[in-house]
Design a protein. Structure first.
Lengths: 340, 340
DNA sequence: TTGTAGGCGTTATCAT
DNA sequence: ATGATAACGCCTACAA
């Protein structure tokens, strides 16, 4: 019958106390904790026992100050409540947690200055590595950052030591979406573009054009509307399209949010989806499956993105070369598209 | 012409170096930094200059270890990608940031054990205070926690020293929603309830019943369907309702997500909103305004919630007694409801 | 293999 | 008002 007071992870049991309780030196305890050096099994057992008995929990703060790892990684996202990146954060949190790491989130709000500030804060907090979800930072700054600590970026293609870039195949996704519409017999396919400062937006436009071209359908500038990736820009784009009297039977929006907006505009103008016009989005947000009608879209796996990013960073941290790649885009056919 | 190398927030300029450069002791620099004691203007100027010149940035890690504040606060949310709490996080981040604090987010996934783990982690990271967004932790644990450091909880009514509880008036919100429907002439109003383990869910049910009663409309158990706060449970509830052949002309869902789900089910069964049935939700999620049709709902100000919580914690941290209260629920009339 | 000593960058406690 | 000096809890040479 053990009478161990058992581990109350509370109070301030220090490494030193563990050392004393187990009759070894603090360094030995530290070594055991970090696997820094070989220690005799005998002492190791004694220490492990003491740790359990006392309910010792290492103080991460002290650990960092002393030059060890913080077991935390910084995550620069753009908005903590982003419908797309939000699930990526969840993925990051998930794999980091499983590895004993803690994420520190900071929002850059699509502003290079703010992003830099986030990074500075994160570094002052001594994170072991940083994940940057897209954003507006220059590749240059990222490269420089990677000289200081491991970095994983998404939404870019760039190579550098200690830097892993995860890039989704936007071009192919857009091609797929457009091709789907083409297959259904649509020829007058409008495209609601994303903010052109995003490389993603440009790629998606290219994919749209490529699909058109491959099908021998002439590209019509009048059918591509500017958008800003949010719902309102989607409704405005659709309204403008309708008002232009340029004939169209389908809309491909560069992201789901704009697709939602466009659907709403159509609804208000008395046009039915998919009876009158087909719509396909891009991202496969959580809401897409429950939209009315459920939205056909390109699945972009935010969750996967987060998991991969975290995985890659963990590998970098372990001095391995990440091999992780994002899954290829998939078309999810729901109810917003139909044959002409 | 100043030739100051100017502040590169980089490298390791220490407080000690600032002290030396300005000819004062480290303690004095620390005092100036923290406003811990009065310092002569003369020295203050010298130190400020040195700080600017050297680009000194205090090391938060060392600061904490030495017993100072970490200028960070822990936030236990339930899912980092929650559509509702997500915007609350944004609000928290916003006001914390303005005050020079950094939020540390952790997700409890509606699981008391996990929440407790989050709290332990957060505490080991030496946060100055903790915000708990609803969750399943016992009031008891929260009270105990508040003895250790300032705590702000949402979704509860409980009083304790160094603990501030922010509670939304769910009852009134539900009453408002139901009353709206009643006003439009509806009498057969179905209610899709939330998970009964949430006090919020219970309050909303009460509000629904109270409104009915006040209008002299008999409460019919057959019109209240169980739900779990997510979209799928909304579609299932609506399907069950339709299949039950119990007549109804309106649905009040205990949250927007279930309202979306119910709308979808209605759509699939060929019932139109609001022509055939009116729907009102609860929360006013970001997507509600762009749903089809735009959803009439109760605005629950996630953003406000976050801001208030952070504000309250800041006050607690400053040894003040928070007075912050959440705004009263507001009915947002959009296009999913219409007169019978 | 193990222990000792010094230091990480700050703040707090005493003095002065 | 200001300055030494001792922690804070851990890690990492260096020594044994």
């Amino acid at each position: 019958m053990k009478s161990s007071k058992s581990a109350r992870p509370s109070s301030k049991v220090t490494l030193g106390m563990v050392a004393e309780a187990s009759g070894v030196s603090p360094s030995t305890v530290s070594r055991i904790l970090n696997g820094t050096a070989v220690v005799s099994q005998e002492k190791k057992d004694a220490v492990d026992r003491a740790i359990a008995e006392l309910g010792f929990v290492p103080n991460p703060i002290a650990r960092v100050l002393a030059g060890g790892r913080s077991l935390s990684v910084g995550v620069v996202t753009q908005a903590i409540d982003s419908p797309y990146y939000g699930v990526a954060l969840r993925g990051i949190e998930e794999v980091l947690d499983a590895a004993g790491f803690v994420p520190l989130f900071a929002s850059g709000h699509w502003n290079a200055k703010e992003e830099q500030r986030c990074i500075d804060t994160l570094r002052s907090r001594r994170v072991d590595g940083i994940i940057v979800l897209t954003g507006r930072l220059s590749d240059e700054s990222l490269r420089k950052l990677a000289k200081e600590l491991p970095v994983v970026v998404t939404g870019r293609t760039l190579k550098a030591p200690s830097l892993h870039a995860l890039n989704f195949n936007d071009f192919e996704g857009a091609r797929l979406a457009t091709h789907h519409l083409l297959t259904l017999g649509h020829r007058k396919i409008a495209f609601i573009a994303g903010d052109p400062v995003h490389p993603d937006a440009q790629e998606r436009l290219k994919g749209y054009r490529a699909a058109l071209e491959a099908a021998g359908v002439k590209y019509k500038p009048a059918l591509v509307l500017p958008g800003l990736f949010h719902e309102d820009s989607g409704v405005m784009a659709a309204e403008r399209l309708i008002d232009s009297r340029e004939p169209f039977t389908a809309i491909f929006a560069a992201n789901d949010q704009m697709a939602f907006g466009a659907s709403l505009a159509l609804y208000r103008r008395g046009l039915r989806v998919p009876e009158d016009v087909s719509i396909v989005g891009f991202d496969d947000l959580a809401g897409a499956a429950h939209a009315i009608p459920p939205l056909t879209t390109i699945h972009q796996a935010g969750l996967e993105l987060g998991r991969c990013a975290a995985q890659a960073l963990l590998e970098l941290l372990a001095d391995k070369t990440p091999t992780t790649q994002l899954p290829e885009p998939r078309l999810i056919i729901r109810s917003s598209t139909r044959a002409l």
